[in-house]
Write a protein that binds this ligand. Structure first.
Ligand SMILES: C[S@@+](CC[C@H](N)C(=O)[O-])C[C@H]1O[C@@H](n2cnc3c(N)ncnc32)[C@H](O)[C@@H]1O
Length: 434
């Protein structure tokens, strides 16, 4: 059978988020993955057997449950047999707990070289897995320049990104300050959890000096950001912690932080521009809801480029820019906004409102309009530059980067024209626990 796939991922359904993370990282590195249910076509069993035959590497997310799961055992047996038949499938066990394996699973995997994901963070283990896989597939050299980024994380600690986010906050303050005021109106002793807090400046700017706010906990996966935030803003009421929202022990770790700060629950969970970088919003929302007080609410700011428009856009240049953004994985998922209200409903939130549904240049001052242009368009250019460095052979990124550099000034002039209107699909939502 032709090896038209690179990696088959076998997992027990409770480990789906781990499998999602693995696939997300591998696919960012152009590794062709197959995993159920996403890739099942037609009959389930036939589809699985064929996929295993077509893959070069078989990854099993190994824990007590998968080790006893008849499905996973069938799959690993299939890969094992293929290997005996010299069809050369490399089996890589990716061990995510410390429990003993079932005898059957032990039989299939004991001679294989394991990746240990128990004694270190999931991100690091997935990084190792990815390195191993691209080596086996012989694409290591081509991908040498790839900078690591997991799930949809990006280098938010770079000076460029910090400056951009800072400008963004200033411009967006006009968009959302009334909402922040509404969130704390008439309240006292408010505790806030800021999810994906970046360098901390946004939450500190909006809530740092509010008397009504007693506690702010920021959680953020990028350690450099956390250090920066603590160095610059931490005090008896504000603290930042390194924590990955997508990690399997997220809830346990957050609970520990809360215990250490005598926080029973949060009155406000604040999520600004984070959901577009997260794959499983629904699961995350369900988890976050548990940490809210009974009267508590979640505030979400996110993006939906489907709501963007630029007028006039005679040559469709602005449209082409959104298209680039959509095609570029590091810009996040650009239709994230439209999913949020539904995911809030599904995860048990009540009294959900879409507070804002787009932000536009009408009546903006010259300075704000300039900043608006910079924050949206400069990041697309920079993301393209990064992708060109990562994938020097990629014709698409090269072509679009050259085009954008070429036309950038022209775009800016059009944007700054007094009769030009740009609407950005920036959305914001509120949902209450009860
Ligand atoms: C676009 S920035 C937004 C920062 C800030 N909330 C704001 O609106 O200015 C997204 C932030 O989420 C962080 N992030 C992404 N994935 C994360 C994850 N799985 N767990 C925690 N933080 C994450 C990134 O490192 C980054 O700092």
């Amino acid at each position: 059978m032709e090896k038209s796939l690179d990696v088959f991922i076998s997992y027990e359904h409770e480990s789906k988020s781990i499998a999602d993370n693995i696939v997300s990282v591998l696919e960012q590195h152009k590794v062709r993955c197959w995993y159920a249910p996403r890739d099942v076509i037609g009959d389930y069993a036939t589809s699985i057997v064929e996929a295993i035959e077509r893959c070069r590497i078989f990854v099993i997310v190994l824990n007590e449950r998968s080790s006893n799961s008849p499905h996973c055992l069938n799959e690993v047996e299939q890969a094992f047999k293929a290997n005996i038949n010299q069809e050369a499938i490399t089996i890589i066990p990716f061990k995510v707990d410390n429990k003993d394996l079932s005898k059957a699973m032990d039989y299939y995997v004991k001679r294989q070289h394991w990746i240990d994901a128990c004694s270190r963070t999931l991100d690091v283990a997935i990084f190792d897995l990815k390195e191993k896989i691209i080596k086996i597939l012989g694409i290591a050299e081509k991908k040498e320049v790839v900078r690591e980024r997991i799930d949809n994380k990006y280098d938010s600690a770079s000076d460029f990104e910090k400056t951009r986010l800072n400008n963004q906050q200033k411009v967006l303050k006009k968009f959302d300050i009334d909402i922040y005021n509404r969130l704390i109106e008439g309240k006292k002793n408010v505790s806030v959890l800021d999810v994906g807090s970046g360098d901390g400046s946004l939450i500190v700017d909006r809530f740092g000096h509010c008397e009504a706010v007693d506690t702010i906990i920021g959680i953020e996966t990028n350690v450099e950001n956390v250090i920066f935030a603590n160095d610059n803003y931490s005090n008896e009421k504000i603290n930042f912690f390194a924590l990955d929202l997508t990690s399997s022990d997220f809830e346990i770790k957050l609970k520990k932080i809360m215990n250490a700060h005598n926080i029973e629950n949060f009155d406000i969970i604040h999520c600004s521009m984070i959901f577009l970088h997260i794959r499983n919003n629904y699961h995350l929302l369900k988890k976050l809801r548990k940490f809210l007080s009974n009267e508590g609410c979640i505030y979400i700011k996110d993006i939906d480029d489907g709501l963007n428009f630029a007028y006039p856009d005679i040559n469709h240049d602005f449209e082409r820019v959104y298209e680039i953004c959509r095609n570029n994985v590091i810009s996040g998922y650009r239709y994230s906004g439209r999913e949020i209200a539904t995911n809030l409903i599904l995860s048990g939130f009540k009294n959900i409102e879409i507070l804002k549904n787009g932000y536009n240049t009408i009546n903006m001052s010259f300075e704000d309009k300039q900043s608006f242009f910079d924050i949206y368009f400069s990041f697309i250019k920079d993301d393209l530059r990064i992708q060109c460095e990562r994938y020097p052979d990629d014709e698409y990124y090269r072509k679009e980067y050259a085009w954008l550099c070429d036309i950038y000034e022209d775009l800016e002039r059009k944007f700054m024209n007094h009769d030009f209107v740009f609407n950005l699909g920036l959305m914001s939502f509120i949902g209450f626990k009860n």
